[in-house]
Structure formats: C-alpha cells, structure tokens
Ligand binder design. Structure first.
Ligand SMILES: C[S@@+](CC[C@H](N)C(=O)[O-])C[C@H]1O[C@@H](n2cnc3c(N)ncnc32)[C@H](O)[C@@H]1O
Length: 387
C-alpha cells in the first residue's frame, strides 16, 4: 500500500477534550518557516478565512513507517489528508480561504513532500514547537518523537472560529472543512433568509417574556422614547411598550417583524416596527432616550458599525443597554451562536462605546435548564450614557 492510500481498518481517535481551549483563541504572532521559502505569522492570516490543518508526520516512500504507526489512533493518514487539501485548493480559493499545513517536521523534510505531491499551498514547520507550546496543541509520542495530534483550525482574522478534532478519516478532512466554510458563508451572506427560516418555525423562538437581564436593568424606568435594535419577534419591545414607553423596533427579518406586529395587535400595544438592515440601510438620527441591543449576534465588523450607529441614535443624556452572549460561552457555556466573531467581551464593548460614559460593563453568569440539566450561560451586560 502506498502512503497516498488509507488502510480501512485504522483505529479511530477519540475526543479527549485536549483541543477544547483552542476555540475562540487569538493565534500568537510567531514566524513559522514555510515550504514556499517565506515565513508565515498565523496571527495575521484569515482575511477572510484560513484553514490550518495540523498533522503528526508525513512518511516518505523511501523510508519505513515508524514502528507501530498504524496502531496509534489518528497517526496514519497525513499524506491522504494533504492530498485532499491539494485536490480542493481551487474550491477553498473560491471562498477566499487560504490553506496551510503545519507539523513539527523540519522545513526541508516538508519541502520534499510538497514537491513530490505537487502541493501548492504553504506547509509550515514548527520544529522548535514554539507555536504548539504557546497554543497548547495536543501532542503524542511515537517512535521517540513528540508529534502534534491531527486537528484542523478554521481561522478568521487570526482568531480560531472552528476546531475539527479529532480528524477522522483524514482523507475527508478537506471536504468537511470546505462544507463548514460554505455553510458559514451562506449564513453570513444572507442573514435575513437565515433569520426568516428560524422565525418561520415558531412565533416565539426566544419566548414571549422579555430577556431577564433586560427586564432587570430597565424595570421601573419612567416613560421614554426607546429603540430596540434587532428586535426579532419583539419580546423586549412589547414588554417595554407595556411599561409605558414609546417603542420602535427595527429588524431585517420580515417574518420576525410580522410576528411582532401580530403580537402587538393581540396585546393592544402601540409599537412601531420596521424591516430594515441596520448595517447597510439604517441612517440613525439623534432621537432616542434609550437604545437596546439584545443578543443581535452580528459578525465583529458589522457589530462595530451598528454600535457606532446606536450611539448616534441617542439624545444627550440617553442610555444604551447591550446584553449579549460572552465569548467564554463558546467553550464554557450553553446557548448562543457557535462562532467566536459573533460573541463579545467586556473589552470589546468598552472599545466600541468609547465615546459614552460606561456605567456598568460586566460578565453575567446565569443558570439555565437544557434537556433537564442545569447549565451556565455566560453573558455580558453594558449600560452606558451619552454625555
Ligand atoms: C438572536 S436574535 C435577538 C432578537 C431580539 N433582540 C431578542 O432578544 O429576542 C438576533 C436578531 O438580530 C437581527 N439581525 C441580525 N442582523 C441584522 C441586521 N443587519 N439588521 C437588522 N437586524 C439584524 C435578526 O434578524 C434577529 O432577529
């Protein structure tokens, strides 16, 4: 059997949790030698996407495999994996995704491999293991060598958006990574369709009660002009209207807005709802006393735009309230989008609302029931006032 073929009876690697911490991580700035002759800094890749597949060790046709190699779960298959990425190079390029291989082999050893297999993308050498130690890549010992376990990172703007671990079978890895990027791009390119589809399944996807953090922060406020951005099916807007506020709700989902209007009518509440894209269409004017952003879950670039507009929409003395899923929710919590770029930290909020007086910004842990089990949701709340 050649190195390019994969035995059918290989032991299957299990998920030992050793890659959990990588999700959401900003990759460190470390120069790695590439088979192209340059160096690559993975903190700078991923504009818009990079796929970094980390593998233990490719063999060579003129050398025996290390003893016992095929009986180590996850060891065999680096050459078929590399060939699978080589064969889909044009598909990745069509999505703007760069591909990188990475292992602990010396760059010269890797160069022989890329020339023999006609691989066009850069294969990176972490021979000193500086990068692997810095991000705590899981390792295995084989034939006296310390090697990386096979895993694949999908990176956007230097941050790990998705981790594939374990990777098995290795020759399917490129196709699976490609499917992930394709699905993510579909959701990003047509958020209205994605949200419409979700709302079409139920008129209360997030329940009909206001979000508890919103209710805690805003209960008892004297009546004012309120703007609910990304109001969805209107659970917060309706509650605010019932508290006596003059409420406008904006959202790009016409299905969500139709549900919100129906619920307002049933409840006999006056609320202005409008279908609009907050990133591309909405032109804010300084006219609201309170702007609410409850779990809008926008990608970081769009979120910055909307946060800037939210501040513009406030009158002097007006208040903005943001409640969102925290970045830590990705690997420590439950619920929320499984994408680092749509999650927030306290620092993101402080930076994005730097022109306002921030009165409260903090991480909030909440116990939630999922399938009869109590779990913790990691949220973040920010309240700020325009001078
Ligand atoms: C998780 S839901 C939250 C809905 C509501 N704020 C709540 O807490 O129930 C996110 C909402 O943001 C809306 N949204 C996402 N991107 C948007 C955009 N660019 N412009 C307007 N609304 C957007 C979606 O349609 C969706 O209704």
């Amino acid at each position: 059997m050649t190195l390019e073929e994969l035995p059918t009876d290989l032991p299957v690697p299990i998920d030992d949790g050793a890659a959990d911490h990588l999700l959401g991580m900003h990759l460190p700035s470390i120069e790695l030698r590439s088979t192209t002759g340059d160096t690559v800094d993975l903190s700078e890749v991923g504009s818009p996407w990079a796929v970094v597949y980390v593998y233990p060790r490719t063999g060579r046709p003129d050398q025996e495999l290390p003893e016992g190699w095929e009986s180590i779960p996850g060891a065999r298959g680096c050459t078929p994996q590399t060939c699978s990425f080589r064969d889909r190079a044009s598909d990745f390029a069509a999505f703007g995704a760069e591909v990188y291989g990475l292992s602990v082999q010396a760059s010269d050893y890797q160069k022989e491999m890329v020339e023999r297999l006609h691989v066009d993308f850069p294969v990176l050498s972490d021979e000193s293991m500086e990068f692997g130690k810095s991000v705590r890549l899981p390792t295995m010992e084989a034939a006296g060598m310390t090697l990386y376990k096979r895993l694949t990172l999908i990176v956007r703007h230097g941050r790990v958006e998705h981790v594939m671990y374990p990777v098995f079978p290795p020759d399917q890895n490129a196709a699976e990574a490609l499917s992930w990027v394709r699905a993510r791009l579909a959701a990003k390119s047509d958020p209205a369709a994605t949200w419409n589809e979700r709302y079409a399944r139920s008129t209360s996807v997030f329940g009909q009660e206001p979000n508890s953090l919103v209710a805690e922060e805003l209960a008892g406020l004297s009546p004012r002009r309120v703007l609910d951005l990304g109001c969805g099916q209107g659970r917060n807007a309706l509650w605010l209207a019932a508290q006596g506020h003059e409420v406008t709700g904006l959202d790009l989902s016409d299905v969500g807005i139709a549900h919100a209007r129906e619920l307002a009518e049933v409840a006999g509440l006056e609320v202005t709802f409008e279908v609009i894209d907050l990133v591309d269409e909405w032109q804010p004017r300084e006219e609201y006393d309170l702007v609410l952003l409850s779990y809008i879950q926008l990608p970081a670039e769009s979120r910055r735009i909307v946060h800037g507009k939210a501040a513009t929409a406030l009158v002097p003395g007006g208040m903005v309230l943001v409640v969102a899923h925290h970045l830590d929710n990705l690997n420590q919590g439950v619920g929320g989008p499984p994408m680092a770029e749509a999650l927030l930290t306290e620092d993101d909020l402080v930076e994005e609302f730097a022109g306002l007086d921030i009165e409260r910004v903090e991480k909030v842990l909440r116990e939630v029931e999922r399938d009869g089990v109590t779990k913790t949701a990691h949220g973040v709340v920010m309240r700020a006032v325009k001078r």
